[in-house]
Design a protein around this ligand. Structure first.
Ligand code: PHE
Length: 496
């Protein structure tokens, strides 16, 4: 802050008791804004000054108005330029500046006249004998601040001619307060050890505590809302005794992503329109070959009571690397590994991670998103167990009403879409897909015949968008996300 200016302002007040900030700025020859800054800072001292905002209207001459005030109005100059015996109009128009305006004003004032019948063209003559340049007189009154000398009609005429304008000037009227002083002592903000030791605290003034002040928000990282919802899901799975599958392989062979899941090689999902194929490395060469042979057989010839798809299964198709299109690719690897153990043990697995699809991007679809996946393998689990586990899972999320609708997946039979009643939206929303894995998928892996596997998958983005009231997925994920949204998003509660 400008201490010198502060001192000058206080001194001025000391001598004058009260002052308008505009006059003060003029007297001190500084910018008005600077004076206002000082006044604001002085207001922080108790009862030092009183401040009243003011607005005053003031008439000012425009640049043109100033010239007219000095040199006379255009109409007066036209009148004056006409000699007693007249002058040709064309010559007159050349004699004075702004002659066009001057001429028409002088005509309507009836100061001059035109003789159109003259042989050498129209001739201008004086009509009035003596005229008074009132425009100039009025402008001079205005310039001297003698506004009461001019009536309203004249003022509005001057304004219309852009010779003068009215401006509003904002200022502060400052008076000495009860505790006015020219020597300011800055109140101390802290009581220091030094003050206690030398006893100087006794004579010091201290700043009052501001109990209304908000604390400074500590700098910290903020979890993206998707990650908060992810940890809520993870928590539910852990509470239900599930363990997490390793999902750190975004690139997967078509074999594990499709073939192992009994998805035929001509299936449209395996098309480049739906799936991202990898160029480098384009293929995988290592597979458990005996298992691969069994997969090939179940697709092309059938087995385990199934007639298969009956087509010519090709390893070249299974070798193609893709960005995994679902986390069920991870489930197929995990179930195969489970089947390789000497003795079967029931498992409950889950995963929450990224998957990729070659989608047309729009407000609800991105090319990458997150899937939540649950898998339960045990002897004799049934469709009833699937429905029961799903009810329990969604109950923990706060969704109490569920509906199941028959659906189709190449790897599950039966398959069910899951709908949950959303209290906030007041309607049924699709929340997942589920089913009992087919024997055509499980038996080639080597799982015992009496082991069934139930599974389900859902999106992570969908419930997060519903929760945050976001209707465009691009506001939630991707490069256009507003970081303030991440910063402001509440700590997640899964209240559907
Ligand atoms: N993989 C399915 C999907 O991508 C979800 C699913 C998982 C369905 C497990 C049934 C069983 O939509």
């Amino acid at each position: 802050m400008d201490d010198k200016l502060q001192e000058q302002v206080l001194k001025h007040l000391d001598q004058n008791d009260a002052v308008d900030s505009n006059d003060l700025a003029k007297a001190l020859e500084v910018d008005h804004q600077n004076v206002v800054g000082i006044i604001k800072s002085l207001q922080c001292f108790d009862n030092l000054i009183t401040v009243e905002p003011r607005s005053t209207k003031k008439w000012e001459l425009s640049a043109e108005g100033k010239q007219v005030a000095q040199n006379g109005s255009y109409e007066y100059n036209i009148f004056s330029a006409i000699p007693p015996d007249g002058i040709s109009q064309s010559e007159l128009m050349k004699k004075v500046p702004n002659s066009k305006i001057g001429f028409s004003k002088a005509m309507s004032n009836k100061w001059i006249k035109v003789d159109k019948d003259c042989v050498d063209g129209p001739r201008c003559l004086r009509k009035a004998e003596n005229v008074k340049d009132l425009v100039r007189v009025h402008l001079n009154f205005l310039a001297e601040g003698q506004i009461d000398q001019i009536d309203a009609k004249v003022l509005s005429d001057l304004k219309k001619r852009k010779l003068a304008s009215e401006t509003v000037i904002k200022s502060f009227f400052v008076k000495k307060g009860k505790a006015f002083t020219t020597v300011l002592e800055k109140p101390e903000a802290d009581l220091t050890a030094q003050m206690l030791q030398d006893g100087s605290w006794k004579s010091k003034t201290f700043k009052d505590y501001n109990y209304n002040a908000l604390g400074v928000l500590p700098q910290s990282g903020h979890l993206h809302p998707l990650m908060k919802v992810r940890s809520a899901y993870r928590q539910i799975f852990l509470e239900m005794g599930f363990s997490e599958m390793p999902t750190n392989n975004f690139v997967e062979s078509s074999f594990w992503n499709f073939d192992a899941l009994f998805q035929p090689q001509q299936h449209p999902a395996r098309d480049a329109h739906d799936t991202f194929f990898i160029k480098e490395p384009a293929v995988t060469n290592q597979f458990p070959m005996e298992y691969l042979e069994r997969v090939k057989k179940v697709h092309s010839e059938g087995g385990y009571g199934s007639q298969g798809y009956r087509y010519d299964w090709k390893i070249e198709e299974a070798q193609k690397n893709v960005l995994r299109t679902h986390t069920t690719a991870v489930s197929s690897r995990m179930l195969y590994a489970l089947a390789q153990q000497a003795e079967f043990k029931p498992v409950k697995y889950f995963s929450i991670d990224r998957v990729f699809r070659n989608e047309t991007l729009d407000s609800t679809h991105l090319a990458e998103f997150h899937q939540v996946e649950g898998v339960v393998a045990d002897r004799s689990v049934t469709l009833g167990d699937l429905m029961g586990i799903l009810r329990e899972f969604f109950r923990k999320l706060g969704i109490h009403k569920l509906r199941f609708k028959p659906a189709y997946n190449p790897y599950t039979e039966p398959s069910m879409e899951v709908f949950g009643y959303h209290n906030g939206l007041g309607k049924w929303v699709e929340i997942g897909n589920s089913g009992v894995f087919r024997p055509e998928m499980l038996r080639p892996m080597g799982l015992p015949e009496d082991v069934n596997v139930i599974a389900w998958g859902l999106s992570l983005e969908r419930p997060t968008m519903i929760k945050l009231g976001i209707d465009n997925i691009r506001d939630l994920c991707g490069h256009k996300v507003d970081l303030q949204m991440v910063y402001d998003s509440p700590i997640c509660q899964m209240d559907f």
